[in-house]
Design a protein around this ligand. Structure first.
Ligand code: ATP
Ligand code: MG
Length: 650
């Protein structure tokens, strides 16, 4: 088996050039326009939204060094829920807005645009009856059920900010996020369902609320019927709250720069940041990228597998698709339950045409082999997307060959909670793809690569990825911590937004994300991105997943320490360990060969599925007294077994 060549190019299929929104010439022309005449370009794009008052002031952006401010469409007035609901009622009232697929394959539910509109209005009226007003914060701690989207849109309708907290988080993590934004109300459920198991939500909420004096009321959705404790005066059943409410609710008039939501980042690198997004710029970025990068057309069924608790769920389950009048699939379950065919079964069941998932899910499924995929049809699919981490060329090729049967282009979309929407990604009708590259910037986005001293590099180069402009979807601040906002994003490279990621630009101007800058390994003065070494390891036929970190090495400064998860039926052995060393040596060069390889049955990940290398770094260094903030870790027990495994190596 040959290793993937990073030079492989997948041209735009001829049929796509005709059908997609942009061909190559059109992309280049509009990208140039967005750079050279942003006021005009974005004034035109703004017409994709429905306004109560159209904006005349389009773009007022400064990334410093002195003044840092980001304002878009400043004098425009609109409401996000009107854009996602009301404006579709004339033509699409009976079209499916949300197709919900339950954890149990026998359960599904469809809400038309008319039904979703009514549900949102009822809850909006209910929230008002509880005293929630424009500007208040509402924390949403719900499983993947339509009511989660309803809650977000109901907040948007009355001008309250939502803060969605992933339902897998503990009471402590929930409390921290409620307190950080002083939420007045919490919306939760009795329990959630995932992979055939129930998990407690109300019990966690009760625990959290002991430490959250700002919360005056707790609205509880009945999802499983499981038993819950009840605090009279504070707790309200969701169904009782909405039952007698009118199915119409006058939308609040919102200024373009009024806050829409606050959302905490995954916490891969440390304490989560309360990213604040405002109304118009965010909504436009989410809907335009959903239309152009994910190539949404009217007849599509769109499925993004992210959780609503992450920005990907916000932008590509709720705001982007609904603003475009799309049918958006919402999935409560997991990819491997009841069996490893589940994703593909759901695609067949709902005739999904555009599918958007994360490398972590793809790698988990690769581990199960091709048979669970081949057992399904997937004929409805025409486009595949990836987001969340660098996608290794090997995983990219499997996604392309096995899942998409070489018929579906792949869009690898690089972005962050902070950017609100995709910022580096191919437009599938315009840009030839290369496995492992997020390719080229979206309209209005100007990425630059700088060296360690902050000097801008030109042409083919590698360094730190910054943005001179990130477009209208950029965060406006960190909630109530503007100093941290300036410090985190604008102090490393004055005048630029620093992403925290490293990147390489190749001869075609394509961007390759090399991993987080914090994760770069310096071996005898050579800087190596984690993504590159991990991709080489994953390209080996026996390897399912790999995480690479640096550790103190007496000679080289840093040595390379690799944690390797093998495919389902492969046994670890010293021969394999040696073979992997040789393999990387051949793929990248002797400098990248791991000094240590530790077998790992699984890797520590954030709850959004990202490998937490900072914890692995500590373990590799044998320094496990303080692992830092691990509240966003999905499975803390596995860390113990990695620490044990480390002892056998040392
Ligand atoms: P924190 O900022 O709290 O450490 P986080 O960065 O994991 O958490 P997110 O905003 O959810 O929080 O993730 C954004 C990051 O995910 C990016 O900065 C990048 O490192 C990674 N990422 C997302 N998409 C891609 C992609 N297509 N290719 C490479 N990396 C990606
Ligand atoms: Mg980040």
């Amino acid at each position: 088996m040959s290793a993937p060549s990073s030079d492989a190019i997948f041209p735009v299929p001829a049929s796509w050039q005709r059908r997609a929104w942009f061909d190559n010439a059109a992309y280049r022309r509009d990208y140039q326009r967005s750079m050279h005449d942003p006021q005009r370009f974005w004034a035109e794009q703004a017409e994709h939204l429905d306004w109560f008052h159209h904006p005349t002031r389009i773009r007022d952006v400064s990334y410093g060094p002195e003044d840092i401010h980001i304002r878009w469409f400043e004098d425009g007035v609109l409401n996000a829920s009107v854009n996602c609901l009301d404006r579709h009622l004339l033509e699409r009232a009976r079209k499916a807005a949300i197709v919900w697929e339950g954890d149990d394959p026998a359960e599904s539910r469809t809400l038309s645009y008319a039904e979703l509109h009514a549900e949102v209005c009822r809850l909006a009226n209910g929230l008002k009856s509880l005293g929630i007003c424009k500007g208040d914060r509402v924390t949403v701690y719900l499983p993947m059920v339509p009511e989660a989207a309803v809650a977000m849109l109901a907040c948007a309708r009355i001008g309250a900010m939502h803060s969605v907290v992933f339902a897998g988080f503990s009471a402590e993590s929930l409390a921290g996020r409620i307190r950080d934004c002083d939420a007045k109300l919490l919306i939760t459920a009795d329990e959630g369902m995932r992979g055939g198991r129930r998990f407690a939500l109300k019990a966690n909420a009760d625990e959290a609320l002991k430490r959250c004096p700002s919360v005056q009321a707790c609205v509880v959705l009945r999802r499983t019927g499981g038993e819950v404790a009840w605090l009279d005066g504070r707790d309200r059943w969701y169904h009782e709250l909405v039952d007698h409410q009118a199915s119409n609710c006058e939308p609040e008039t919102m200024n373009a720069e009024d806050p829409l939501f606050v959302l905490y980042t995954s916490g891969s690198t440390g304490k989560p940041k309360g990213v604040l997004h405002t109304t118009a710029g965010y909504l436009l970025a989410a809907s335009l990228t959903h239309r152009y990068v994910l190539d949404y057309h009217d007849e599509d069924v769109f499925w993004c597998t992210a959780d609503i608790g992450w920005v990907t769920g916000h932008s590509y389950i709720v705001y982007g698709p609904l603003a475009n009048g799309a049918t958006t699939v919402m999935f409560e379950g997991v990819p491997t339950w009841p069996d490893a065919s589940r994703f593909w079964q759901v695609i067949d069941k709902h005739r999904v045409s555009i599918f958007y998932t994360a490398p972590t899910a793809i790698r988990a499924l690769i581990r199960q082999g091709d048979a669970p995929v081949r057992a399904t049809s997937r004929k409805s699919l025409r486009l595949l997307g990836s987001v969340g981490e660098p996608i290794n060329p090997e995983a990219w090729l499997w996604y392309y060959n096995v899942v998409g049967e070489q018929r579906c282009p792949i869009v690898d979309t690089w972005w962050q909670t902070e950017t609100g929407a995709s910022v580096i990604a191919p437009l599938p009708g315009a840009i030839a793809t290369k496995p492992g590259s997020a390719t080229l910037p979206f309209f209005g986005v100007e990425p630059v690569i700088v060296d360690e001293d902050g000097r801008v590099l030109e042409g083919e180069c590698e360094g730190r990825l910054c943005l001179r402009d990130g477009g209208p979807g950029m965060l406006r601040t960190l909630y109530r911590d503007h100093d941290r906002f300036v410090q985190t994003y604008f102090s490393a490279c004055p005048g630029l937004y620093f992403t925290g990621d490293g990147a390489r630009r190749d001869k075609d101007g394509y961007f390759w994300i090399t991993g987080r800058v914090d994760d770069v390994i310096n071996v005898s003065g050579h800087r190596l991105g984690t993504a590159e070494v991990e991709s080489a390891l994953v390209a080996h036929p026996e390897v399912a997943e790999a995480a690479v970190v640096g550790y103190p090495h007496p000679v080289k400064g840093q040595g390379i320490y690799a944690y390797v998860t093998l495919k389902a039926n492969t046994q670890p052995s010293d021969e394999l360990r040696n073979a992997l060393g040789q393999w990387v040596r051949k793929e990248i060069g002797p400098i990248a060969a791991p000094d240590q390889i530790q077998w790992a049955s699984s890797l520590p990940k954030t709850r959004s599925g990202k490998i937490m290398r900072r914890v692995l770094r500590k373990i590799a260094a044998g320094d496990t007294t303080d692992l830092g903030d691990t509240s966003t870790l999905a499975d803390a027990t596995m860390v113990e077994s990695l620490i044990d495994g480390r002892r056998t190596i040392a």
